[in-house]
Design a protein around this ligand. Structure first.
Ligand code: DGL
Length: 266
């Protein structure tokens, strides 16, 4: 496989940019192709069939655009469509989901009582609790769907009265009493990580998938001898299934003013 091919990354919207940004920081020479499925956002409440179909189409698009790796930078699609992405990638690209690296990381910490927040689909799939228990049955997990957070973040609501009220309503949940670690089980949530830390008065560990997944991506490419070898500066391309200005602004916030954003109907 050509080492200088791009890394493909996708999410329903801006959430996966948190992962893409960390990948770009750790691997500044790697070209990235990002796909935000803004036409179908949010994924959190769509049917499994729909998520599988969207993920399959996006994976095909990324492979056609010559990606050596497909990072599902979305917990919902990782929970419901990892198998189809693996199938589409077979022998052409390396599939990566955001859940396994976070579960491995969490089980190596001193966590005991772990809270997990995510979309309705991610939480209903029970994937985090199941995988954590499989690695360490002694760990306690409590999961909570927090469906208002994605639209709130996509609308740019953070550090204000509305975001604080929504967050405290969710996090005051009695199941979450005495948790020592909280997994941000949605790639949108790192955008409000600071606010979540403030809610807990910095007394618990927040597990942010963006950093963990970017480390995993680097280690995987290094191990497979597929890290890029070109010396030239990386070129990043951004695609959305429905143009929207706020996506462009978020991409500019992470990657600078001169990003190229194209609409692609898949
Ligand atoms: N960022 C996504 C996730 O990690 C998707 C959120 C959504 O579209 O509902 O689950």
């Amino acid at each position: 496989m050509n080492k200088n091919k791009a890394i493909g990354i996708f999410d329903s919207g801006i959430g996966g940019l948190t992962v893409a940004h960390e990948i770009a920081k750790k691997m500044p020479n790697e070209d990235l192709i990002y796909f935000g499925d803004t036409k179908h956002l949010p994924y959190g409440e769509k049917s499994e069939d729909a998520i599988v179909r969207f993920s399959k189409n996006i994976t095909r698009f990324l492979i056609q655009h010559n990606c050596k790796m497909v990072v599902i930078a979305c917990n919902t699609a990782s929970a419901l469509a990892y198998d189809i992405v693996c199938k589409e990638c077979k022998n052409i690209a390396i599939p990566v989901n955001v859940i396994d690296p976070v579960v491995d990381f969490t089980c190596k910490t001193n966590a005991y009582k772990i809270g997990i927040i995510g979309t309705k689909n991610t939480i209903c799939s029970n994937v985090y609790a199941r995988k954590i228990k499989a690695l360490n049955p002694k760990l306690k997990t409590n999961s909570l769907a927090t469906p208002l957070l994605v639209p709130m973040i996509e609308e740019g609501f953070h550090q204000n009265k509305i975001s604080k009220t929504i967050l405290s309503n969710y996090l005051q949940n009695s199941e979450f009493r005495n948790i020592d670690h909280l997994i941000l089980g949605c790639t949108h949530y790192p955008l409000i990580e600071e606010e979540i830390k403030q809610f807990y008065e910095h007394n618990i560990e927040i597990i942010n998938s963006a950093k963990i997944v970017s480390k995993h991506v680097k280690e995987t490419l290094d191990k497979m001898n597929l890290s890029c070898v070109k010396g030239s500066k990386a070129k990043h391309k951004f695609y959305v299934s429905d143009y929207n200005r706020s996506f462009e602004q978020s991409a500019q916030y992470f990657f600078g003013q001169r990003i190229s954003l194209k609409q692609e109907n898949i």
